[in-house]
Design a protein. Sequence first.
Length: 213
Amino acid sequence: MKDTLRHAGKRKQLVTTLMKKGIKDTSVLAAIEKIPRHLFMDSGFEDHAYQDKAFPIAADQTISQPYTVAFQSELLQIKNGDNVLEIGTGSGYQTAVLCELGAKTYSIERQKELFKKTKLFLSKLGYRPKHLSFGDGYKGLEEHAPYNAIIVTAGAPYVPKPLLSQLKINGRLVIPVGEKVQIMTLFVRKSEKQFEKREFGEFKFVPLLENKS
Ligand code: SAH
């Protein structure tokens, strides 16, 4: 599959849709306008790539809805050179957005098949995250902490403590919390022990898997 002017045109329309839905961050919108989302999905589904919808990928997982990606990315308030951790690499689309935003990007995926596939794919596409790791996102990634921002892209039944403790002061954790539906939640670390919490309504994610061997 290729990226063509027709795809670029569809991305422009998608960006317009996201703006209408309330996304304002121009660097997030620019990233979405640039990244060929159709290449992150199996060929044959490319007509769905620029609709504002989640879509199935390998291993029973989904590529998040563009609005959700934009909404979470906006909440992260990433600046060029920030240290950013993503939990749930999946298709790598959100990883690519973080790279476009200038983040030093680390991402963790729990499923080996996806981890391998996406690692290869992102490098083919020219994206250079600092590190992609195969492991359990509940633990975060201590060796590269602290982070300016952490984004969780699967539904967490509770907020894993290591993610809070791996934030810098003023660092931001964006995490959908809940079992059946999730409340998008932002934690800002105000001091060593204090976190400010804000909630942003309901979203629906695949579950953050625990104790998977
Ligand atoms: N950011 C992805 C969203 C993928 S869906 C994208 O843009 O495509 C969520 C992903 O989280 C899935 O790939 C799933 O395998 C992964 N995941 C689930 N539990 C996890 C865990 N405990 N640690 C790391 N990744 C996990």
